[in-house]
Write a protein that binds this ligand. Structure first.
Ligand code: COD
Ligand code: ATP
Length: 195
């Protein structure tokens, strides 16, 4: 069974596009959601994160202290690399186990950092969701209630959109100029024809 990756910069609309595939009955794995779940459920990973970042990385009820961690990792590239080295291999393993359990013509794996991490090598084709930077900043400020600098700090930790466009097999333009649903339907038809 083919695994199709969906990636794109922060606020590009990856999750929105992935939901359209889910509406077509295609199983969707969100690497970001899975990473967040594993970060609280995998006892070894929890201990490794506490060892590296300190006990404050978790609240007393065991939930992740996201603002504590994001302040550290989005302001220091070595700390982000350290977090990624702990979290990403565990997420890739989890996604492979998930894919083996699915019965479908193909499956979708959505990951913000597909090209930045090894997960790129674990999918058959990659769709990039593209939107211009100004629109992405505006969307994330609205969605998360954060300021422009917080969005830019995350953006600067991701590889350049032009490089992603070159690496991707397909592009979905979510720039409010082109309609998204017909693009998704066209890709769905192509993927069904391959399967
Ligand atoms: C660092 C954490 C706690 C910050 O949480 P916070 O709620 O502030 O941000 P949130 O998770 O909503 O991320 C906002 C956006 O930042 C970007 N982002 C998230 N993690 C990373 C990362 N490791 N490297 C670069 N960009 C990232 C993504 O575009 C994401 O959608 C959180 O992002 C996290 O647990 N990251 C590690 C898991 C991970 O790497 N996920 C990314 C895909 S697997
Ligand atoms: N075509 C569109 N028209 C209007 N709003 C949109 C469109 N696409 C996405 N959005 C909105 O923009 C915001 C960002 O979209 P989404 O969460 O899908 O992006 P993402 O790429 O998954 O972001 P992140 O990397 O931060 O997880 C959301 O609030 C979403 O509802």
């Amino acid at each position: 069974m083919r695994i199709i990756g969906i990636t794109g910069g922060i606020g590009s609309g990856k999750t929105t596009v992935a939901k359209l595939f889910a509406l077509l009955g295609i199983p969707v794995y969100s690497a970001d959601d899975a990473a967040k779940e594993i970060m609280v459920k995998d006892p070894l990973l929890v201990q490794q994160i506490k060892d590296h970042f300190g006990r404050e990385a978790y609240f007393d009820d065991g939930t992740l202290n996201r603002s504590f961690l994001s302040n550290i990792v989005f302001n220091d590239k070595d700390q982000l690399a350290a977090l990624n080295e702990l979290v990403h291999p565990a997420t890739i393993r989890d996604s492979e186990e998930w894919a083996r359990r699915q019965q479908a013509p193909y499956v979708i794996k959505e990951a913000a950092l597909m090209f930045e991490t090894e997960s790129f090598h674990h999918v058959d084709k990659v769709i990039m969701v593209y939107a211009p930077q100004a629109l992405r900043i505006h969307r994330v400020m609205q969605r998360d209630g954060v300021d422009r600098n917080a969005v830019l700090a995350r953006m600067h930790k991701q590889i350049d959109e032009k490089i992603k466009l070159k690496l991707a097999d397909y592009v979905v333009y979510n720039d409010e100029q082109q309609m998204v649903i017909p693009q998704v339907l066209s890709l769905h038809k192509q993927f069904l024809a391959f399967s």
